[in-house]
Write a protein that binds this ligand. Structure first.
Ligand code: NAD
Length: 257
């Protein structure tokens, strides 16, 4: 399976799932563009190290996915792309009547609106190149809900809906658009919500991991960033050319419950 000569942009990829997806795409031969809202030496060094490890071109472009114009500028600065992975995302856990408005706005902007802006900016280039893959990292929370995650669940359901619409708009072109719906993956995003969940449920860390997070995941195991990356590589393969407008769950059986 080679993606040699393809260029992939992965939003929110200096950590967690985005970084895992970028590494697997690079391993499959794609040139990769990493992104986040920071512009540190480490961000650029991370891209350089991936380039060196896998023998591909790799660079880092700073763009804040909470801002529509920066989402579009990312695609422009990259010179377009063949593969777009919409991955940037944040989380906040709170009952809806106490949900901070600025957190609601940020989650909707970063987790959902950015996908609209990057997709709109990337599609014309994919059409010119005659090939495209859009992979949206949604969530099990794009298919089902949990308490205290109103903004996240709303945003991820929105991404799943947008995925179907983009797939229909590109159905007769060599472009596909799909969503990957991970269950729990132990990344900094998940680590960060453990303290708030401990408070909400009055539980210890171990109890939150076992009884709240993995209680919904029948496999009782976290999914890994490598597994998410492998799924993205599959969606970019020829075997997946007729897979469009759908969701692939990587959730240890969560949504089968
Ligand atoms: P993470 O916190 O490790 O990574 C999030 C990435 O997004 C980071 O690179 C961060 O820098 C970037 N980011 C945050 N705000 C940004 C902004 N304004 N502009 C640009 N980049 C920004 O989290 P993760 O767990 O790797 O999550 C990645 C995606 O996977 C998210 O969309 C998340 O909702 C989704 N997801 C995660 C899990 C899980 O269990 N970890 C489960 C389902 C879905």
């Amino acid at each position: 399976m080679t993606l040699a000569g393809k260029t992939a942009i992965i939003t929110g990829s200096n950590s967690g799932i985005g970084l895992g997806v970028a590494r697997e795409l690079a391993k499959a031969g794609a040139n990769v563009i990493l992104n986040s809202f920071t512009d540190n030496d480490e961000d650029h060094a991370l891209a350089a190290s991936i380039g060196e490890e896998f023998g591909v071109e790799a660079r880092y472009i700073k763009a804040d996915m909470s801002k529509g114009e920066e989402c579009r500028a990312l695609i422009e600065q990259a010179g377009g792309c063949d593969i777009l992975v919409n991955n940037a995302g944040i989380q906040h856990v709170s009952p809806i009547d106490e949900f901070p408005v600025e957190k609601w706005d940020a989650i909707i902007a970063i987790n959902m609106n950015s996908t609209f802006h990057t997709t709109a900016a990337a599609l014309p280039g994919m059409r010119e190149r005659g090939w495209g893959r859009i992979v949206n990292i949604a969530s099990a929370h794009g298919l089902t809900a949990s308490p205290f995650k109103a903004a996240y669940v709303a945003a991820k359901h929105g991404v799943v809906g947008m995925t179907k619409t983009v797939a229909l708009e590109t159905a007769q072109e060599p472009i596909t658009c799909n969503a990957i719906c991970p269950g729990y993956v132990l990344t900094p995003l998940v680590e960060a919500q453990i303290p708030d969940t401990m408070k909400e449920y009055n539980m210890s860390r171990d109890e939150v991991v076992k009884n709240v997070m993995l209680t919904r995941q029948p496999s009782k195991e976290f999914a890994t960033v490598e597994q998410l990356g492998g799924t993205a590589v599959f969606l970019c393969s020829d075997a997946a050319a007729q897979i469009t407008g759908t969701t692939i769950s990587v959730d240890g059986g969560w949504t089968a419950l």
